[in-house]
Design a protein around this ligand. Structure first.
Ligand SMILES: Cc1cc2nc3c(=O)[nH]c(=O)nc-3n(C[C@H](O)[C@H](O)[C@H](O)COP(=O)(O)OP(=O)(O)OC[C@H]3O[C@@H](n4cnc5c(N)ncnc54)[C@H](O)[C@@H]3O)c2cc1C
Length: 268
């Protein structure tokens, strides 16, 4: 048997899902299952019950408001983002989703699940941090909105507490964005990643160099300013079988410049 016995519910409303999550400390939300089910198969996690979010209309859909703000339901899949005409308002979103794993994972995996996992090797945490996304969290006491800087707390840890759900991610308007990564093979997770946004002040977020995306704000988009801002962050990334700490530090500088160059080419 792959998994130990686990309870399962597929609530039909957000309110019902929150009640089920609050009723059992061992209950976990199930989105695309592309991380959670693998964690369960590896016996690295063993929830008592899975609360399947797939029937919750409140967590679906992509809306583009008049000022260019995008609002994406937490259960929006990577494929839906890639195919959405609304999401094309921020082209980098679909472009990065297209780099995630393979078609099966892209058809099941969700933007909310990717953010809530906050696995440093995932593509979306640094991207959302660079774009200045905000996160709408629903709990027993109502709804609150947190910034990307407040959302990502540690490896597999975010501002979403037990008994709460991430419902929406809001992304402010802009098109001058870039992303660069060195990955494990063509469709693999990141060894180091960098996302850049040049809509207003330059903002770069580096992935896989710490437990949370590291945000740096260079004085300009000039390559030496970018390299210097990355160096000033005094990164102390982990060494593992894929890369030494020194190599990750080196990649962080190189990829930050590449991401900024891509964003610069898109400046209107
Ligand atoms: C073969 C393979 C390759 C992969 N490669 C990549 C890659 O290259 N890049 C990459 O970024 N990712 C990769 N992934 C991970 C994938 O993107 C997952 O889809 C993602 O990490 C989790 O999203 P999910 O929707 O599947 O969430 P799930 O696995 O269902 O959930 C993940 C966690 O988030 C919680 N959660 C989910 N939604 C919510 C919510 N709305 N509110 C509160 N908590 C929530 C769950 O309780 C769980 O703890 C890969 C996965 C596989 C299987």
């Amino acid at each position: 048997m792959l998994l130990r016995e686990v309870g399962y519910a597929r609530p039909g409303s957000l309110g019902e899902a929150l009640v089920l999550l609050r009723a059992d400390d061992g209950a976990r939300a199930l989105a695309g299952g592309q991380t959670l089910v693998n964690v369960m198969k590896a016996r690295a996690g063993s929830p008592d019950a899975l609360i399947d979010l797939s029937a919750l209309d409140e967590l679906k859909g992509i809306e583009l408001s008049g000022d260019g703000t995008l609002e994406l339901g937490a259960m929006t899949t990577y494929t839906q983002i890639m195919e959405s005409s609304e999401a094309r308002a921020r082209p980098i979103l679909g472009e990065v989703c297209a780099q995630i794993a393979d078609v099966q994972v892209r058809n099941r995996g969700t933007i909310g699940g990717n953010a809530c996992t906050n696995d440093p090797t995932n593509h979306l945490p640094p991207l959302l941090a660079a774009l200045g996304a905000s996160f709408v969290v629903q709990g027993a006491d109502g709804e609150r909105t947190v910034t990307a800087d407040e959302f990502f707390l540690g490896v597999y840890m975010t501002a979403v507490g037990q008994g709460e759900l991430l419902t929406k991610i809001r992304i402010p308007p802009g098109r001058s964005d870039g992303f660069a990564a060195v990955t494990l093979g063509v469709e693999g997770t990141c060894i180091v990643s960098a996302a850049a946004s040049l809509n207003g002040a330059a903002r770069i977020a580096l992935g896989c160099v710490d437990a949370v995306p590291v945000v740096v704000t260079p004085a300009s988009a000039d390559a030496e300013a970018v390299r210097s801002a990355v160096r000033d962050a005094q990164l102390d990334p982990p060494s593992d079988v894929h890369a030494s700490s020194d190599y990750r530090r080196h990649l962080a500088e190189v990829l930050a410049v590449r991401a900024v160059n891509q964003a610069s080419e898109r400046r209107s």
